[in-house]
Ligand binder design. Structure first.
Ligand SMILES: CSC[C@H]1O[C@@H](n2cnc3c(O)ncnc32)[C@H](O)[C@@H]1O
Ligand SMILES: [Zn+2]
Length: 443
């Protein structure tokens, strides 16, 4: 039995692991993970049999074990655009800064941007994410190497052009077959119509049927701004949510990001169809969407609401601890309800609700579940005293307190060490510089 950063097997092993001396809530526990990455025993001193079986041991005194966090909506490779365009109006930000720069992206850029995103997510306790972007086969390679889970879709934008529709269909179908061919259970494909204002109804219809035929998630931006809703009503006579329903895009496979301007009727419709919503409070505040996602209406309608960061150009980090706090305090502030979205709910949104929305294992630490486990250090001022562990996690901690991360029983970070980190930081910095160079030279 061994566990130290000098033990090369710790990061690559497929063997069983015993985590000793951690705590879950108020309980001191050991956790035994078998060689398939499944939690087999949890308790105050796991069975003697498990102890003798364990091939590796992680002593985790002064840590709190929580389920790995799930980022339900992001554009991972936008890490390369972090700090490139801040403090702008959303449509202007997209059309004048982001889209012109994205036109110069290469597959290699997306690979390095996604590597950087996975690194940042692991560091802050995220083990799974739902991604929409370009060159997604390169993103898939990065996710495969990182060891975390990803639901990946090609961002499908046609602006109603027939030739664009043809190429977006091809890109989506190619990605789906590429990911299936990878045969990596941590990576699943999805279809990703960008938004009802960039994909017209006839093209949304294709996305809805494709999601159904292939039994894959449909990932879309929905009712993020008031203007989007006004324009949609003017053009189609209905809200964006009703339009999606008319196009066959609402089902239990659907994840709608943002939803700031959803109406009460829309919330009931999403609940009826079994859709999931990703709340992105930091991005919404930064881009001044003007209204917080209507959590009270979504909650009372019974919609599963998960938590997300959005891309690094509108956040500007991928720290779900920060997002939990902003969700919990932002909802209270906007809806003037001091008991709304308590800490426990914020933590569930970032864990079990996210896993449910993405249709992936994890989201809880229970026997039989995949070992997606994050150890948060208690040896830090923000975690002392520990009257209420969940309160500290949501209102006091940040991703910097994460010390060790496991996904599917594989150790991805051990006591803050992640193998290969330096190469990722320089590869991503070089890719970002190259991207800006090409944009400046218009090549
Ligand atoms: C087609 S890939 C995804 C596409 O979405 C852009 N994007 C990033 N953040 C947002 C947002 O908040 N609303 C709408 N679109 C967004 C991203 O830059 C890509 O072009
Ligand atoms: Zn987005």
């Amino acid at each position: 039995m061994s566990a130290c950063v000098h033990d090369p097997d710790l990061f690559t092993n497929k063997g069983s692991i015993l985590i000793t001396g951690t705590r879950i809530g108020d309980r001191n526990v050991d956790i035994f993970i078998d060689e398939t990455g499944t939690i087999r025993d949890i308790g105050e001193g796991v069975s003697k049999k498990c102890r003798s079986e364990a091939e590796h041991q992680i002593s985790a005194e002064k840590t709190l074990a929580i389920p790995g966090l799930v980022n339900a909506h992001t554009h991972a490779a936008m890490t390369l655009l972090r700090g490139y365009a801040d403090d702008m109006h959303l449509q202007q930000w997209l059309s004048e800064k982001i889209w012109p720069l994205e036109a110069h992206l290469t597959g290699e850029d997306v690979y390095w941007g996604t590597k950087l995103a996975c690194l940042e997510m692991i560091r802050s306790g995220t083990v799974a994410f739902n991604d929409m972007y370009f060159f997604m086969e390169d993103a898939a390679r990065a996710v495969d190497e990182s060891g975390i889970r990803g639901v990946l879709c090609h961002g499908f934008i046609t602006f109603g052009l027939a030739e664009k529709f043809e190429s977006e269909v091809k890109a989506t179908e190619n990605l789906v077959s590429h990911i299936r061919g990878m045969n990596n259970p941590r990576i699943t494909p999805a279809v990703g119509p960008h938004a009802p204002y960039t994909v017209p109804p006839e093209h949304l219809e294709w996305c809805g049927s494709y999601s159904k035929d292939e039994d894959i998630m449909l990932h879309i931006h929905l009712s993020e701004t008031e203007q989007e809703v006004i324009d949609c009503k003017k053009a189609h006579g209905v809200t964006p949510a009703v339009l999606l329903d008319q196009c066959g895009c609402l089902s239990e496979r659907t994840l709608a990001a943002h939803g700031c301007w959803l109406e009460d009727e829309d919330c009931r419709l999403l609940a009826e169809r079994g859709c999931h919503v990703a709340h992105n409070p930091v991005s919404n505040m930064k881009l001044a969407t003007g209204r917080a996602m209507p959590y009270p209406s979504l909650r009372s309608a019974g919609v599963n609401v998960a938590l997300a960061t959005d891309g690094c150009s509108s956040n500007n980090n991928l720290d779900l601890f920060e997002e939990m706090k902003v969700a919990a305090i932002g909802q209270k502030f906007f809806w003037k309800q001091d008991t709304l979205l308590p800490a426990e709910e914020a933590l569930s949104m970032a864990t079990s609700c996210g896993a449910k929305a993405l249709g992936i294992p994890g989201g809880s630490i229970v026997v039989g579940q995949a070992a997606d486990i994050v150890l948060v250090s208690l040896d830090h001022p923000s975690m002392v005293p520990l009257h209420n562990p969940v309160s500290n996690l949501v209102y006091s901690a940040s991703g910097c307190q994460v010390s060790t991360v496991l996904c599917n029983g594989r150790v991805l970070m051990y006591e803050k060490e992640i193998p290969g980190e330096t190469a990722i930081l320089s590869g991503a910095a070089d890719a970002a510089a190259g991207l800006l160079n090409r944009a400046a030279q218009n090549t």
